[in-house]
Design a protein around this ligand. Structure first.
Ligand SMILES: [Cu+2]
Length: 256
């Protein structure tokens, strides 16, 4: 291999690897919020576009002015390229862009890994999609039409649908996931501070699709516990009333 070609090939390798190396980061073992990770990735993409866009605009404008035709019918005086130069002009810019693409792809991949790896102590809520509402099951037979979660703890939603395909769009937390009949999908998020937001269905699911939304409240732990015990109490009372009514019915029946 000619010396110069070898140099070009080496340069390509270095550029491609640098994309990967720039992305590699020591993991701290702390919970990495998918929301934060998404925001970082988005910022990186924007910086990337601004820097590349800026550099190319400046270079293009400079070249336009520097090599403009100074008289009608002017002919350029560029010297002809030899093979090495032609290869370098084609491959070096291509490698720069490939390195950048690998960098962004690696970022996306690591974001995906964070989104898919649910922390071990996550609190689970089951979610079922119906035309046209979401139902939340907190365990112990407690259900609600609102998603209420304590702050400071990862939350995993195990989701399915009873009719058609819906999609759980938690935009404030930068997440969404399909809900399908006969399948359980999941997403997890990490509410770090109290926040009242909304979930909307983001997959067209019928005439009232636009009405398929509800509140999502991340509240302090004490408030969450109080909310849950109130729900539990109300459920017990309802059950008691039901069994009393059944007893009364049983007592009345023989007399008829
Ligand atoms: Cu829907």
């Amino acid at each position: 291999m000619p010396k110069r070609l070898e140099m070009i090939v080496n340069l390509l390798g270095i550029l491609l690897l640098s994309g990967e190396a720039a992305f590699a980061k020591a993991t701290t073992g702390e919970i990495q919020s998918p929301t934060e990770a998404w925001n970082h990735t988005w910022d990186d993409v924007l910086w990337d576009l601004w820097i590349i866009g800026g550099v190319f605009t400046i270079v293009a404008v400079y070249l336009l002015i520097r090599y403009r035709a100074r008289s009608p019918g002017a002919v350029g005086t560029a010297r002809p390229l030899n093979l090495d130069m032609a290869l370098a002009w084609a491959l070096v810019p291509a490698a720069i862009f490939m390195a950048d693409d690998f960098f962004l792809a690696a970022k996306g991949w690591s974001l995906w890994n964070i989104q898919r790896q649910v922390p071990r102590d996550a609190m689970e809520v089951k979610v079922t999609g119906y035309q046209w509402y979401f139902e939340y099951d907190y365990g112990n037979g407690i259900t609600d039409s609102e998603l209420v979660v304590p702050v400071g703890r990862p939350i995993v939603l195990r989701m399915t649908s009873k009719d058609v395909i819906h999609s759980f769009g938690l935009t404030e937390y930068r997440l969404k996931e399909d809900m399908m009949p006969g399948r359980v999908t999941y997403l997890w998020f990490y509410p770090e501070k109290p926040l009242e937001t909304q979930v909307v269905c983001v997959e067209f699911c019928g005439t009232s699709h636009a009405e398929m939304y509800n509140k999502v409240r991340a509240v302090p732990k004490a408030e969450y516990d109080a909310w849950l015990s109130k729900k539990l109490e109300r459920k017990k009372k309802a059950e008691l009333r039901k069994s009393q009514a059944a007893d009364d019915g049983a007592n009345v029946e023989p007399a008829q």
